[in-house]
Design a protein around this ligand. Structure first.
Ligand code: GLA
Length: 460
């Protein structure tokens, strides 16, 4: 089982990380005229399979990347948090821990730091603040969870600066997932759990409510490859509405199913996975059949759904919703439920296949996941289609979109010895025609073996 978050001396870091931390410490010294006391390293993640299942209570299968958000921190004597980024496009963010935290405009990076500060405020009523310097190698808006890595990195740095240590990784993952809702996205807990609980050389099967993880060895002789579609999908910005709509649609689908299964006393169920717990004799695929038998597979407002079912609209209004949608929003509940239930089964299949080194089955599950994300969950786009095609033709296994979708990256598996050939082909077919003035595409596609979870480094 995962343990507590311990502190590592920077002297014991592997060479590459030591250099990065050393460079950040130097930059911190220059900007703040003193040394940081801690550096938090929080990895991004790539999800192999299990897309949009986490907030529905179904499992996911991600792996941590060798790319991080690094946050250097030193305590202050007052209650202010000042956060700077090494990249000049991010402006200075300063806030007081005494005043109630107010989000800045949607998409502002400081909102993630404020989200992180909630863990500190939950433990100290009058905490001292800290100076933070943030650096990162995870592309933003790429579906690789740079935002959750920022929340975890900033949060660990703030907690450590305040002298709070020895916290359980599992509880931190749950708390950071809850805290990130501050930015207004109703996301699940995959990103924070992977960031904190990942293990080297392993993918991580994560189950939710309650949070549980189990590592799955990643096969030797293969690398995970991530390719950027060149379409940015900032989950804190424009993609947020589309993401929250999917969450809302799933919750309504769960409510409708609870009603169809017991019209006299419908259960207040908001997560699709909870239906299986309450109705264990109903096979998973029958939920979709039941829904499709009663609700047309086209966008319908809540009013229309209530009329079709001859019931009161209130029966279908989800609870636990921080950002409810207007009642006349058209909802596609049949196809969303079809994706979620089928994706849950594909995660189980993929985990088993990965354990057995059955890459053919894994490939099939990942490709089916991509089709389901595109057709039933409608989170694809034409660039992702072109990229999946190019990757498959270049010899990759299981190419599929990864993360929330609406752009971002694809994930695929490539035999380690075929990596140079794969990159050459994907550069020729996908990147060179789209980026005619560029010669090197290494920033857009990269390979790695699964990495470990977040680290807290003491600068002693
Ligand atoms: C985002 C969210 C996750 C998850 C994925 C889709 O990354 O933060 O919680 O829902 O989208 O699988």
């Amino acid at each position: 089982m995962p343990g507590d978050l311990s502190v590592t001396s920077w002297r014991h870091l592997p060479a590459g990380e030591k250099d990065r931390v050393g460079a950040l410490v130097e930059q911190f010294r220059k900007r703040f005229s003193r040394a940081p006391t801690f550096v938090a390293l929080a990895p991004g993640r790539v999800n192999l399979i299990g897309e949009h299942t986490d907030y529905n209570g179904y499992p996911v299968l991600p792996a941590a990347m060798e790319r991080h958000i690094a946050v250097a921190a030193a305590p202050r004597s007052d209650e202010l948090v000042t956060a700077q980024a090494t990249a000049p496009r991010f402006d200075l963010c300063t806030f007081s821990l005494r005043a109630p935290l107010q989000p800045a405009s949607a998409g502002h990076w400081g909102n993630y730091v404020k989200a992180a500060a909630q863990l500190l405020l939950a433990r100290r009523s009058d905490p001292r603040g800290a100076d933070l310097l943030v650096d990162g190698t995870i592309p933003a808006g790429a579906g690789l969870s740079s935002s959750s890595a920022l929340v975890v990195g900033a949060g660990l740095a703030l907690l450590a600066s305040a002298g709070i240590s020895g916290l359980s990784r599992l509880s931190l993952a749950e708390e950071f997932a809850e805290a990130e809702q501050f930015v207004g996205t109703m996301s699940g807990g995959m990103d924070q759990a992977c960031c904190l609980l990942a293990q080297e050389q392993c993918a991580l099967r994560i189950d939710f409510f309650p949070l549980r993880v189990r590592p799955v060895s990643f096969p030797a002789g293969h690398h995970i490859v991530v390719c950027h579609s060149l379409v940015t999908a900032e989950k804190s910005g424009p993609a947020r509405t589309a993401y929250n709509l999917r969450v809302w649609e799933c919750r309504v689908a769960a409510r409708v199913l609870a009603f169809l299964l017991n019209r006299l006393r419908p259960l207040s169920i908001d997560r699709l996975a909870d239906l299986e717990r309450h109705f264990p004799s109903v096979p998973r695929h029958s939920f979709v059949d039941l829904l499709a038998d009663h609700i047309p597979d086209r966008p319908l407002s809540l009013d229309e759904i209530a009329r079709v079912l001859k019931a009161d609209v209130g029966t279908f209004l989800p609870e636990r919703t921080k950002a409810p949608l207007p009642l006349d929003t058209p909802l596609s509940i049949v196809r969303r439920a079809r994706h979620v239930f089928s994706e849950a089964t594909r995660v189980e299949l993929a985990e088993q296949a990965l354990r057995e080194g059955d890459l053919r089955t894994l490939h099939g599950a990942m490709r089916a996941s991509h089709a389901s994300c595109r057709d039933d969950y409608e989170v694809g786009c034409s660039e992702l289609e072109a990229l999946v095609k190019a990757a498959t033709e270049s010899g990759a296994l299981g190419a599929r979109l990864t993360g929330a979708g609406f752009g971002g990256c694809t994930v695929q598996l490539v035999q380690t010895e075929q990596l140079p050939e794969f990159f050459e082909r994907i550069d020729q077919t996908f990147y060179a025609p789209r980026l005619p003035h560029q010669r090197c595409f290494a920033d857009y596609r990269f390979a790695f073996r699964p990495s470990s979870g977040a680290k807290l480094v003491v600068i002693d």
